[in-house]
Design a protein around this ligand. Structure first.
Ligand SMILES: [Zn+2]
Ligand SMILES: [Zn+2]
Length: 402
């Protein structure tokens, strides 16, 4: 078995790209603005099996038509996909984002009246300092911070993407509208006057992902997303070796210094502990949660349960989840496509920020743990790009609201 190496995948849409399924209960479907790792895996599975002389689409396995299984037959000798085929389950995909952009953290805010005098700012450090003051001096009256723009107007939450090099917001990919006539599923004819609209990503959009694989994928084109049989989803693929990621130890150090300054501005002395901000770049799939209503739990108790369900206690032994700025979604239930039942699961939304508190220890070992968390993600199904994190992202420091 070959050792896995990290590659950068650059995809350029050559035809409309529809990521995510059309829901049966709406007449309007907009593509996601990024490509989840699971969709990349499905696209590669389709590419491998379409090229494979041993694959018979009629031979469905567990209802999963495009399931890669290495057969080790004479035909596999000299197959360009053989290394991928043999280790397909071990290959790890990140999500593909527009132009390699990152999702804005939930702590990002911008001027409500868009005065143009300040861009998007990040409020994480000030929120941390305020929460820490409340905890360290519980008997004092301390008003929550007011987030105002230099123009005097209020700040409001901002979502979307930013360019990590320039720390500036960037727009997502352009969509293109297609109107189609709905087909009556029973009569098989066009339902009278029923139209639906599809909003795929327009051709020309570029996406960047990383893949950990035994070799670069031997293909220059890939079919991604839905409606590929009608010619949609064609993407040109360019593969390069990934650079070594920058030193996470330096980021951790800069974050401690900036938090120290924010604490000082809130009238607090130096923190005795190390704080690690884990910013989710993609949704995290939370592991099984205990039964019973979390409404009975205190905030610290429920944070501890979340930390365990994300596997943070194994990645960072002894760390406490001290602050959490999160949103979540529950996905699952009855599937409209085939009426089957999918277990409902909790997902933390991309952009969530989890802040761990640790006793100071060996800085080199901590940096190694953080690099590992960035490479392997947190929570479940990280091989499909869930739970990607950046530790002590520079964005929280360089864009911090004053
Ligand atoms: Zn094969
Ligand atoms: Zn303003």
């Amino acid at each position: 078995m070959g050792e896995l190496k990290r590659f950068v995948l650059r995809l350029t849409a050559r035809s409309p790209l529809l990521i995510g399924d059309r829901r049966a209960d709406t007449q309007y479907t907009e593509s996601l603005d990024h490509i989840p790792g699971s969709r990349l895996r499905a696209a590669f599975a389709r590419a491998i099996l379409s090229d494979c002389p041993l694959f018979d689409p009629a031979e469905a396995r567990d209802g999963r038509r495009w399931w890669v299984v290495y057969q080790g037959r004479p035909e596999c000798e000299g197959c360009p996909w053989a290394t991928w085929c043999r280790q397909f389950e071990e290959i790890r995909f990140t999500q593909a984002t527009p132009g390699g952009a990152r999702i804005l953290p939930l702590t990002a805010m911008g001027c409500k009246v868009d005065c143009g005098r300040s861009g998007v700012m990040d409020t994480l450090l000030r929120r941390l300092a305020w929460q820490q003051r409340l905890r360290e001096r519980p008997d004092e009256d301390w008003q929550p911070p007011r987030f105002n723009c230099v123009c005097g107007g209020r700040l409001e939450n901002r979502g979307g993407w930013y360019d990590p090099r320039a720390a500036r917001p960037v727009s997502g990919p352009r969509r293109q509208a297609f109107t189609r006539l709905m087909i009556d599923p029973i009569r098989g004819a066009a339902a009278q006057g029923q139209l639906y609209t599809l909003l795929p990503i327009a051709p020309g959009a570029e996406f960047t992902a990383q893949v950990e694989a035994p070799a670069p994928p031997p293909c220059a084109e890939l079919r991604v997303g839905a409606r590929t049989t009608t010619g949609w989803g064609r993407c040109a693929v360019v593969v390069t070796e990934a650079d070594e990621s920058e030193d996470v130890g330096e980021r951790i150090g800069r974050f401690q210094a900036a938090l120290e300054a924010a604490r000082q501005a809130a009238g607090l002395g130096p923190a005795r502990d190390v704080y690690l901000a884990l910013t989710l770049l993609s949704p995290a799939l939370v592991g099984p949660l205990p039964d019973g209503s979390p409404a009975q739990l205190g905030a610290a108790e429920s944070r501890a349960i979340l930390a365990a369900a994300l596997g943070l206690d194994r990645l960072f032994p002894g760390a406490e989840l001290a602050h959490a700025f999160t949103g979540y979604e529950v996905k699952g239930g009855w599937r409209l496509s085939d009426g089957g039942w999918a277990e409902s699961r909790h997902y933390l939304v991309a952009g969530s920020v989890l802040v761990l508190r640790l006793r100071p220890g060996d800085a080199g070992e901590l940096a190694e743990r953080c690099a590992r968390a960035e490479r392997l993600g947190i929570g479940e199904r990280t091989e499909d790009g869930f739970g990607q994190v950046e530790v002590c992202a520079s964005y929280h420091v360089s864009e911090a609201v004053r």
